[in-house]
Design a protein around this ligand. Structure first.
Ligand code: SF4
Ligand code: SF4
Length: 751
């Protein structure tokens, strides 16, 4: 669709020399691979990526080598095949001139691709799938600060996007990377625009905005959008029309509110290179590993655009274009208005490097010395953000950060238009950059101190809570230890009088160490384990702050993990020991409770438990019978034994009731009676030992007859008293009769 759209003018703007023809004389070229590729972990806005390869690893072109950390982050992929030879701090293209962590790959010159996953028809994939592909491919804005594209393509639920703008403005002097891309890859850019439109729910308007100083690009794009909903909008050249907010105003007449984002007014803007990269990621599965960069400046023999692997050192690119370092005034990444100078040509090309400018001294002489401001107001007229640059300059000089905020310093897009027109040659934009940096630093420090204060307060509360918890545990442990000690001390007497107490004593005496000493030892171990965790934590935080090497950070993180594990183990040991002490006390208490129960209560408890068990056993036996299970006989035997036990207990309970009706014996008397019974049983056993088999059978017969007579009497009594245990008494009589008959038969056999 061709241009028939009304365009709007913006405030301010300037017309610096364009200097665009030097680099558009030949098609986009390529250069031989560099011997080493240097890939910074941070080539985007947001958190740096984390390496997923190690030194010595062989990697393929397109292989993931660093994973994103969080939502506002992006992965890094190898831009060629080779071997990872270092993960270290290295010069990067940044205005501050700092070194930052990079993965260095020694190229094998085979340029072997990893296996890719292409997609013939992306409309078959869900929106989430497509966004994930774009995220995983490391696509970030290629015309600006490198904001992760997938985040921008996923606006909030309440933000209806009605306009998608593909930015082909490229208003900065010297830079022609997007211009050449539009001329040569118009079809891929349009395919990318349609993909982004699909992801945004097909907004009503899809525009490709291009300044009128790029007639070849406009023609190519107009041809490519034929038959689609996309409109190519051409508008008058003026710097800085390519700023996101400025382009929105030019194409739609809408203004993004101060401090706001385009999505708030229903608009998303993406660069032409980004649209193409997103499409290649989805269609061919290609991650972002190369870009078109303008190589320009009079210190070079050849000036043009090249498609260059990310990570290629700038010096390698310059040398491939006949660079004369002696003739080069300085090296600029970006254009002369918004770019920045790099001191070290070993810095590599990254995702946002759209231009390497190597001007001669004549081409870009040093700026004349700054003069005093004459309050001419030209800067305010030139400012596309409708700011008051002169005022900002005063406040920046006096470091009045509050006033700078009030005067919307952060709406400044650092275009440099004010500096460009200033007759006093004041480097205004440098003041703004420095002030922004200072304010961000102060904000960060404030956030940090707020967080520290909060952490400190939380820690204080945690310590107080832990202390009171510890105190409670300590008390419980001491009580447990004392109780265990007492239990151990009474062992000899108790073993003579009660089997139950013997069990408790055994539990207590199973401890081979003094409980108090052991407790103190475990507490000491826990305390020193906690100290080790704190030390490891502190060391890691300090190393992170000092930006130490990733290997060192990984080793410290591992040490911290190990210390935490040991602390957990120490805590567990202490808890287990405390629990064992509590168990000893519990056993002793339970035994004591049982001993305190009267004999009648003990018997009643035993009978209740036996009844329960008998019921279960009968049920199991019945089921086994029904299923003709081989365990039927064994279960029957079990039932009989339980019945016998129950009867014995019932008999004991009955005789106890009889005795109690005359005089209730004390525990002591019961114990004596039991002792006497034991003595009688022993004597009877001794007597039996001297009997012949016939005598033994006769004795058994007599005993059974006596027991049967007794049982019959109890049964009759139970009948008279309508006792609830009548069935059990009847059962007991029947069993004894059976046993007596068996004994009589056996006696007949013997005789
Ligand atoms: S253009 Fe320069 S001299 Fe004129 S008001 Fe602005 S800062 Fe002052
Ligand atoms: S650098 Fe900032 S203050 Fe100066 S013209 Fe550009 S937007 Fe305005």
């Amino acid at each position: 669709m061709t241009n028939a759209q009304q365009v709007f003018s913006i405030h301010g703007g300037v017309h610096p020399p364009e200097n665009k023809t030097q680099s558009t004389g030949e098609p986009i070229g390529t250069i031989p691979l560099a011997a080493e590729i240097v890939l910074p972990l941070s080539q985007h806005l947001g958190a740096p990526a984390m390496p997923v390869v190690a030194i010595g690893d062989q990697v393929l072109k397109g292989q993931l080598i660093a994973a994103p950390q969080g939502l506002i982050s992006a992965p890094v992929h190898a831009s060629t095949s080779g071997k990872v030879i270092a993960i270290e701090n290295h010069p990067i293209p940044h205005a501050s001139g700092i070194n930052a962590p990079c993965i260095v790959i020694e190229t094998d010159h085979n340029d072997t691709w990893i296996e890719l996953t292409p997609c013939e028809d992306y409309t078959l994939l869900s929106k989430d799938n497509l966004l994930q592909i774009i995220r995983d491919s490391g696509i970030t804005g290629m015309g600006g600060a490198g904001f992760p594209t997938a985040v921008k393509l996923n606006p909030k639920a309440d933000q209806h996007i009605d306009t998608l703008i593909i930015n082909g403005t490229e208003c900065e002097p010297y830079i022609t990377a997007d211009d050449m891309l539009m001329r040569e890859k118009a079809d891929e850019i349009v395919a990318g625009a349609l993909l982004l439109s699909h992801l945004l729910g097909n907004p009503e308007n899809v525009y490709i905005g291009i300044e009128d100083n790029k007639p070849e690009a406009i023609a190519a794009m107009q041809a490519a959008v034929q038959g689609s909903v996309i409109r190519v909008i051409e508008f008058p050249t003026k710097y800085p029309s390519g700023g996101e907010k400025q382009l929105i105003e030019i194409l739609t007449g809408k203004q993004v509110p101060s401090g706001g984002l385009p999505a708030q007014i229903g608009i998303v803007v993406q660069n032409v290179g980004t649209a193409r990269a997103a499409w290649r990621a989805v269609r061919f599965g290609e991650p972002l590993i190369s870009r078109v960069t303008t190589v320009v400046g009079e210190s070079l023999r050849q000036q043009r655009n090249i498609d260059v692997p990310l990570g290629t050192p700038i010096v390698h690119i310059l040398k491939s274009h006949g660079w004369n370092p002696d003739a080069c005034a300085r090296l600029i990444i970006g254009g002369p208005m918004m770019g920045f100078t790099v001191e070290n040509a070993l810095a590599p090309v990254i995702k946002t490097s759209n231009c390497i400018l190597a001007p001669s001294y004549a081409e870009m002489p040093p700026p004349p010395p700054a003069q005093a401001c004459i309050r001419c107001g030209m800067c305010a007229q030139a400012c596309p953000a409708s700011l008051l640059p002169q005022q900002l300059f005063w406040y920046a000089q006096s470091e009045d950060f509050e006033k700078l905020r009030v005067h919307n310093l952060f709406d400044c897009i650092e275009c440099g238009a004010c500096s460009f027109v200033c007759p006093s040659n004041i480097p205004l934009v440098q003041y703004y950059r420095a002030s922004k940096g200072e304010i961000r630093k102060l904000d960060l420090e404030k956030q940090k101190s707020d967080r520290s204060r909060l952490r400190f307060e939380n820690r204080k509360a945690r310590i107080a809570e832990a202390e009171s918890e510890k105190e409670a545990k300590r008390l419980a442990r001491r009580e447990a230890a004392e109780a265990a000690k007492k239990a151990t001390a009474v062992k000899p007497n108790v073993s003579q009088t009660s089997e139950l107490l013997t069990a408790a004593v055994n539990a207590a005496s199973s401890q081979s160490v003094d409980p108090e000493k052991e407790l103190a030892k475990l507490e000491r171990a826990l305390s020193s384990a906690h100290s080790r965790v704190e030390r490891a934590n502190k060391q890691l935080a300090e190393s992170q702050q000092q930006g130490e090497a990733p290997e060192r950070l990984a080793a410290l993180a591992a040490r911290l993990k190990q210390a935490q594990q040991k602390a957990l183990e120490a805590q567990k040991k202490l808890d287990n020991f405390s629990q064992s002490q509590l168990n000893v006390v519990a056993t002793a208490q339970s035994v004591a409770e049982k001993l305190q129960a009267s004999p009648k209560e003990q018997l009643e408890q035993a009978i209740a438990s036996l009844r329960k068990r008998l019921e279960t056993a009968k049920q199991k036996h019945a089921e086994a019978q029904e299923q003709h299970s081989p365990s039927t006989d064994a279960l029957k035997l079990g039932v009989e034994k339980l019945e016998e036990k129950l009867n014995t207990n019932l008999e004991q309970l009955a005789s106890l009731a009889q005795n109690q009706s005359t005089a209730a014996p004390s525990n002591h008397q019961v114990n004596d009676a039991a002792q006497a019974a034991i003595e009688r049983a022993k004597a009877s056993a001794a007597a039996k030992a001297n009997m012949s088999p016939e005598e033994k059978q006769l004795a058994q017969l007599k005993s059974l007859e006596a027991r049967l007579a007794k049982a019959k009497l109890r049964f009759q009594k139970a009948q008279q008293e309508n006792d609830e245990n009548l069935d059990a008494f009847a059962n007991s009589v029947a069993k004894l009769e059976e046993k007596l008959k068996e004994a009589q038969d056996a006696t007949t056999g013997v005789n």
